[in-house]
Ligand binder design. Structure first.
Ligand SMILES: Nc1ncnc2c1ncn2[C@@H]1O[C@H](COP(=O)(O)OP(=O)(O)O)[C@@H](O)[C@H]1O
Ligand SMILES: [Mg+2]
Length: 387
């Protein structure tokens, strides 16, 4: 039996899920136990940590006009960061007497152009070289999860729905999950996998971080605890302008990214059109736009699917109480909970999902949900770099 088959044959595996989201805040590493494979897979978190990017690296990742050389160098540099995050998780595993079987790395998205998003060809590209992660950790690495779904006609995103279905599904009713990362996305977790629906509602923290960054001339990276948004007053015409975007009208499945909602494109013009307002007013308005776009997407595309009145929220947006409060206000009668209430830390959820997806890849099982991505069929995701 080769080494990879031996991992698949184990009744219980341990994997390290690695994720760097569109917020460009750092590498999330989740050490996860996984029992079984396929629909009956069970999983739980053992350890989680984020390795933040130094500001200079974050700035280079966010730079709009990266050359092929920049990207090539960043690919290896991020590989080293991912490896560092994985090595820290390996230390945590060793301290608990756990043997880690594999790493599963989403990488960091450099470009994501799903089919149907606009003119021109489609494609997706994540960096954080798997060869470097494998070389530094001695673990086999599953990476490049999005490509195969796209090759099968899908959007390559969202990929978290399969993990959500494994972790959150109920026998007789649908459950709604929402991840507020850089981009916000909903999953209607139906009892049957074939009926799971998921889509990006639009910008999440990316817009709030972007507004703070633009308005502070790069001095501040986020609205910590939503304090500025809580202190400001919404500029109503600006709010209307931000919500007047064709993406919000499109029917799911749909996915989006920095290409559509990066601050330069989505915010610079509208923010500059309003003068005489405070920093707090602008941040309050952008935060309100994010909340409203999420609430609108819920009403238009989720509630109609007969899901019960509860949303389980994960992602860094959970740490912004102003945003969470506005979503709750915009959706009266809907209970807004967090994944923490279900034993899964909000920050760890996506990295954990990729550990689960990597395990399924090693076991030869598909990890995409065609109704969520628009792919023609379920496909086994990712590339495997042996240890
Ligand atoms: N204490 C906090 N207050 C406000 N926002 C926060 C806080 N902690 C995290 N965030 C937000 O969460 C973002 C990171 O969320 P994350 O889920 O990692 O997104 P991504 O998957 O896109 O990287 C940060 O960029 C920030 O906007
Ligand atoms: Mg992140």
């Amino acid at each position: 039996m080769n080494a990879l088959d031996a991992i698949a044959a184990k009744p219980e595996r341990h994997g390290i899920g690695l994720m760097s989201g569109t917020s460009c805040d750092g590498v999330d590493a989740a050490l996860v136990w996984i029992r079984g494979a396929g629909p009956l897979l069970r999983a739980g978190l053992v350890h989680f940590a984020t390795l933040p990017y130094p500001p200079a690296l974050r700035e280079r990742l966010l730079a709009p006009d990266k050359t092929p050389r920049d990207i090539t160098v960043l690919n290896v540099e991020l590989g080293e960061r991912f490896a560092e995050a994985a090595l820290a998780a390996l230390d945590a595993a060793r301290a608990q007497g756990i043997t880690v079987d594999f790493a599963a790395s989403h990488g960091h998205t450099i470009a994501h152009y799903p089919p149907g998003a606009g003119p021109g060809a489609s494609g997706t590209f994540q960096i954080g070289e798997a060869a470097v992660i494998a070389e530094r950790t001695g673990l086999p690495v599953v990476s490049d999860f999005r490509q195969r779904d796209m090759a099968a006609g899908g959007q390559g995103a969202p990929l978290v729905p399969y993990a959500d279905w494994l972790l959150f599904r109920k026998e007789n009713e649908s459950v709604v999950t929402l991840n507020i990362g850089g981009i916000a996305n909903f999953t209607v977790v139906a009892p049957r996998l074939e009926e799971v629906v998921a889509f990006d509602s639009g910008p999440g923290n990316m817009a709030i971080d972007g507004a703070v960054l633009l308005l502070s001339d790069g001095a501040r990276a986020m609205d910590v605890d939503g304090a500025a948004a809580a202190a400001g007053r919404v500029i109503e015409p600006l709010l209307a302008a931000l919500l007047d975007h064709p993406y919000f009208e499109r029917e799911p499945p749909k996915s989006t990214g920095r290409e559509e909602f990066g601050p330069e494109l989505y915010l610079r013009g509208p923010l500059a059109a309003y003068t005489g307002h405070s920093f707090e007013d602008f941040v309050a308005t952008v935060t309100a736009a994010v909340a409203r776009s999420i609430a609108d997407a819920y009403r238009r595309f989720v509630a109609a699917r007969g899901a019960a009145g509860e949303i389980i929220v994960g992602g860094g947006g959970v740490r912004n109480p102003t945003l969470m409060g506005l979503i709750a206000r915009d959706l009266p009668g809907v209970a807004i909970r967090t994944t923490d209430d279900y034993g899964i830390p909000a920050d760890a959820r996506e990295a954990m999902a990729f550990a689960i997806l990597g395990s399924e890849t090693l076991c030869g099982n598909p990890g995409n949900v065609p109704r969520a991505t628009g792919a023609r069929r379920p496909v086994v995701l990712g590339s495997i770099t042996p240890a």
